[in-house]
Design a protein around this ligand. Structure first.
Ligand SMILES: Cc1cc2nc3c(=O)[nH]c(=O)nc-3n(C[C@H](O)[C@H](O)[C@H](O)COP(=O)(O)O)c2cc1C
Length: 421
């Protein structure tokens, strides 16, 4: 049996049950999302640091303008003055989503991964601007991710597309689902799909740093499916985290899941936004080089390669230009860590900050090499070339391998001769 024997039904539409998960900042690019859409599946773009992403893609100047506006504050550890312009966020998000959805050419869909933990100094209003702009621009679905907020649905309940756009949530426990559903029932807006993300996923994890190893995806998924059955709620359940082969996916699809969300295997595709040399680091990584740490100022544990440059950062916080992780009081754990290290630094010695990092800059510059637990297996998925580097597969290669493979086989891309430039 293969993934292609199954279909995901969402409303009146049917999809190949493969969803490429959102990967910020611009790792899941427009091109990667469109590849899934074109093949009849679902691709995500991510709205993490959307103003910065627009600046890179469309030569806008949101970041520079914000930095200039607040330049007087650059050396001040107190960032409570620094706000995003809500119109800028709205405009950037609309531009980015329109740019993506206007290129749709298949029967699939484009969803937006929205990490609610990006509090952007004014959690509610910035989130409202991001979600409303994405809906105005024609996004097919909104996936509410890390930091799931009970009041999110209230923020957009008056939007004309509120009942038509697909809305999904990412949860890592039945408890989180239960809490969210209570609010959703009150608003008569039950989510259209539930992504259950287990402890082997990439990016931030919805578990505690001390005990993530004690959980496993299959158990959480079966608890969620049993709960929904008991409550007579017919909501598609979509597991994510560590699903490496088509046969891994089939095991879930045969036992009540409606689709799978996958990401790690797509990080090294031509369409992924990571720089090519970083993709080579991903493929070369060994299991012991993949760590879960607590350097993210979001407070969530995060999985990344131990060699990530971001782990040696001692840069001055640049919240005047960035500031995506500032909370409602203008605080971020990295600001505190930086100024503490600055104060205690002995003359002539380099700054060392080990407990926190600047994720805004780290993700923007592709210096935070976040990845799933199965990254060490990427070597199995492609060809090594004469010079020792690895061939980068296309998103279509990987999508079709998930779709058609059986017996845990992995089909490598057709080998290419490396062209010397
Ligand atoms: C490089 C990378 C970046 C990610 N970034 C995000 C993100 O910004 N927001 C999010 O909700 N999930 C993020 N994830 C999680 C994926 O969307 C997905 O749910 C998960 O990684 C699937 O597991 P797999 O990578 O083992 O296939 C990221 C995953 C990876 C590998």
């Amino acid at each position: 049996m293969k993934v292609d024997n199954f279909r995901l039904q969402l409303g009146d539409k049917e999809y190949i049950p493969i969803i490429i998960g959102g990967m910020g900042v611009n790792i899941s690019t427009t091109e990667l999302a469109l590849a899934a859409e074109n093949l009849g599946g679902i691709g995500h773009i991510s709205d993490a640091e959307v103003c910065y992403v627009c600046d890179q893609l469309f030569s806008t100047s949101y970041t520079t303008r914000k930095r200039k506006k607040y330049s007087y504050n650059a050396n001040n550890p107190d960032k409570s003055d620094v706000y995003f312009d809500l119109e800028d966020i709205f405009e950037a998000q609309k531009t980015y989503v329109e740019h993506t959805v206007s290129q749709k050419s298949g029967n699939g869909a484009i969803f937006m991964n929205c990490m609610e933990k990006l509090t952007m100094r004014d959690a509610s209003e910035t989130l409202r601007a991001r979600l409303s702009a994405a809906m105005d621009a024609g996004i097919d679905g909104l996936t509410l991710a890390a930091g799931l907020n009970l009041r999110t649905l209230d923020l957009i309940k008056d939007h004309p597309r509120f009942h038509h756009v697909k809305i999904g949530i990412i949860i890592s426990s039945l408890r989180a689902l239960n809490i969210f559903l209570k609010r959703a029932v009150r608003l008569q807006r039950i989510p259209d799909y539930i992504i259950v993300e287990g402890p082997l996923a990439g990016g931030h994890l919805g578990f505690s740093p001390d005990d993530w190893q004690t959980y496993d995806l299959k158990t959480i998924v079966s608890e969620v499916i049993a709960f929904l059955k008991k409550e007579e709620l017919n909501i598609p359940v979509i597991p994510a985290g560590g699903i490496f082969t088509g046969s891994d996916a089939v095991e879930f699809l045969k036992t009540g899941s409606s689709a799978v969300q996958v990401a790690t295997r797509f990080t090294i595709t031509k369409e992924s936004g990571l720089p090519d040399e970083v993709k080579q680091h991903y493929i070369n990584a060994e299991h012991e080089e993949i760590v879960v740490n607590t350097v993210s100022p979001t407070g969530y544990p995060m999985r990344m390669l131990r060699k990530s440059p971001v782990l040696n950062y001692s840069i001055r916080p640049n919240c005047e230009g960035f500031g995506y992780l500032l909370d409602n009081k203008g605080k971020c754990g990295y600001i505190d860590a930086y100024y503490k290290a600055l104060e205690s630094r002995k003359e002539g010695e380099p700054m060392r900050i080990t407990d926190q990092t600047c994720l805004c800059i780290g993700m923007a510059k592709y210096d935070c090499w976040t990845c799933g637990d199965t990254t060490w297996r990427l070597k199995e998925t492609t060809n090594r070339m004469h010079d020792g580097s690895w061939q980068l597969p296309s998103a279509e290669d990987i999508f079709n391998d998930y779709r058609f493979s059986e017996d845990h086989t992995i089909k490598k891309p057709a080998p290419v001769e490396k062209v010397n430039s």
